[in-house]
Design a protein around this ligand. Structure first.
Ligand SMILES: NC(=O)c1ccc[n+]([C@@H]2O[C@H](COP(=O)([O-])OP(=O)(O)OC[C@H]3O[C@@H](n4cnc5c(N)ncnc54)[C@H](OP(=O)(O)O)[C@@H]3O)[C@@H](O)[C@H]2O)c1
Length: 210
């Protein structure tokens, strides 16, 4: 079965970095955050790399009450489910991240013995694509991959991203959190520009996979 299009959504600086460090995590505008909530509101599953889970707290996924109301009116859960991609399965299961009232899934070759039974385990070997097929078998159709860079690299390497939303913020962050963290990609994923919005000095770009 062909996979439905997986979207990815990232905020990057002019030097292509995803993070300003734990002390200054936000580097984009309110408009960008609203776009993120709107994309989440269209999704039934958020896909996120384990390092992002280990380094960030999970605030309510959609912070705009109107978007939540619209989902509920359409028979959806208030917030999408969250699937964490990990090889090690090493996550702090007792942390606040897992206290949010959403369904969590772990996509991993490892089933951690200490993982709470309410977390849905999705087995996957080296190929992420097989894990994506299992997620679609579970009924997820609108998947939003939110990175970070190592997960995006792995998804791009398997040609799994059909639509790439990138906010380009007018700042330079330095550091090592590249948008795609990993070896040279060969073949290189190619995209075609679908839309550009400028809000102030920020660009909101949507690319479609060729
Ligand atoms: N600006 C943005 O839009 C944005 C979005 C998200 C995150 N971030 C930032 O990005 C940083 C984290 O990014 P990151 O690149 O270090 O890490 P990441 O992509 O969030 O997570 C990497 C981890 O994901 C798992 N993983 C990756 N590829 C895999 C594969 N093919 N199969 C199975 N598991 C796989 C591994 O987990 P294990 O180690 O558990 O095996 C790996 O260590 C944080 O600072 C975060 O705040 C920014």
């Amino acid at each position: 079965m062909t996979l439905p299009t997986i979207r990815a959504c990232l905020a990057a600086s002019l030097d292509g970095k995803l993070s300003g460090g734990a002390r200054m995590p936000d580097f984009t505008s309110r408009a960008d955050r609203h776009r993120l909530f709107a994309l989440r509101a269209q999704s039934d599953l958020i896909l996120v790399g384990a390092e992002t889970v280990r380094s960030e707290n999970l605030a309510p996924l959609i912070r705009d009450p109107k978007l939540v109301q619209d989902r509920v009116a359409n028979g959806l859960q208030p917030h999408p489910d969250v699937a964490i991609v990990s090889r090690s399965g090493a996550l702090r299961w007792q942390s606040d991240y897992f206290s949010h009232p959403v369904t969590f899934l772990l996509v991993s070759p490892t089933h951690p013995p200490e993982m709470p039974s309410r977390i849905v385990y999705v087995p996957v070997d080296q190929e992420l694509g097989a894990g994506m097929h299992r997620l679609f078998d579970l009924g997820y159709r609108n998947v939003l991959c939110e990175g970070g860079g190592r997960l995006i690299h792995a998804m791009l390497a398997e040609n799994l991203i059909g639509e790439l939303h990138v906010t380009l913020a007018p700042t330079v962050l330095g550091g090592e959190t590249d948008l795609a963290r990993g070896a040279w990609l060969n073949p290189r994923p190619q995209f075609t520009l679908s839309s550009v919005d400028q809000i102030g000095d920020e660009l909101h770009l949507v690319y479609l996979s060729k």
